[in-house]
Design a protein around this ligand. Structure first.
Ligand SMILES: [Zn+2]
Length: 258
């Protein structure tokens, strides 16, 4: 699953090739084929990442939305390059005079007007994204406050509260903040909430900065039974929000009043 830093990294690469360019759009999804003619002659105004979504803004005020989910990937080919993946897996192809930009295997490609995207219940309802300049701390705390009866490990994965956080980030953010994923949001102190936000910024930016390098910033993700790097207690795991979460049972605080 592509988490926010990876999505931003790829959106930056796509932007360099597509922004300002006239594109020919081909869909590998049958129900979208009929729209190809209506997209002829359009330019790409911009490519942006919001949480885990790619949003490719077209010059007629429509947006191509792509979500890679678990299996999708992007490739950028020069026109003369041979593709390294089968053509039948291409779901979206954007051709410029020099490049072919292809989304492979992704189940989610949508073509929406900007206005429809803003009000779309599934795709338009995103919480603030820590890698975007429009992140609002006030808005994040307001949305968090509405989740008082839910567990923080579940809430961090809820894209309506904060966007771009996936399983690796939620595990590492809570470990560094010394907060157990099972804590209810309503039991968190102000200091703990600010500590969580601090680590949201730190870890999303660390991942982004070290993309493709072999710098290991992961402390406990997928390290069940290995000693906690802080206190040596074996790392535990449990299932939460449909995913496996990891925590140190000793130094990640489970009690209401630490
Ligand atoms: Zn520990």
């Amino acid at each position: 699953m592509a988490e926010g830093p990876l999505v931003h990294h790829y959106a930056n690469r796509l932007r360099r090739v597509l922004k300002g360019k006239q594109v020919r759009v081909e869909f590998g999804i049958r129900k979208l084929k009929q729209f190809e003619i209506s997209l002829e002659g359009l330019h790409v105004q911009d490519v942006e990442a919001h949480g885990k979504q790619f949003r490719i803004h077209l010059s007629d005020d429509r947006v191509l939305l792509v979500h890679l989910m678990m299996w999708g990937s992007w490739r950028i080919y020069r026109n003369e390059d041979a593709w390294d993946k089968p053509r039948e897996r291409a779901r979206l192809i954007l051709c410029t005079r020099t490049h072919e930009v292809v989304a492979f295997s992704t189940p989610i490609v949508q073509l929406l007007s900007k206005a429809d995207l803003e009000t779309d219940a599934r795709w338009g309802n995103l919480g603030p994204d820590p890698l975007r300049s429009d992140f609002s701390i006030k808005e994040f705390f307001r949305l968090l406050e509405e989740q008082r009866t839910r567990e923080i490990g579940e809430v961090l994965l809820d894209q309506r509260v904060i966007s771009g956080i996936g399983n690796i980030l939620r595990v590492e953010i809570l470990f560094q903040s010394r907060v157990h994923p099972r804590r209810l949001v309503g039991t968190l102190s102000q200091d703990e909430k600010h500590e969580i936000l601090r680590w949201i910024f730190t870890l999303t930016k660390t991942w982004m900065k070290n993309m493709g390098k072999k710098i290991d910033w992961i402390s406990i993700y997928r390290k069940t039974g290995r000693p906690c790097p802080r206190c040596g207690t074996p790392i535990g795991f449990s299932r939460q929000a449909g995913r496996i979460t990891y925590a140190c049972p000793k130094c990640q605080c489970l009690s209401t009043n630490p």
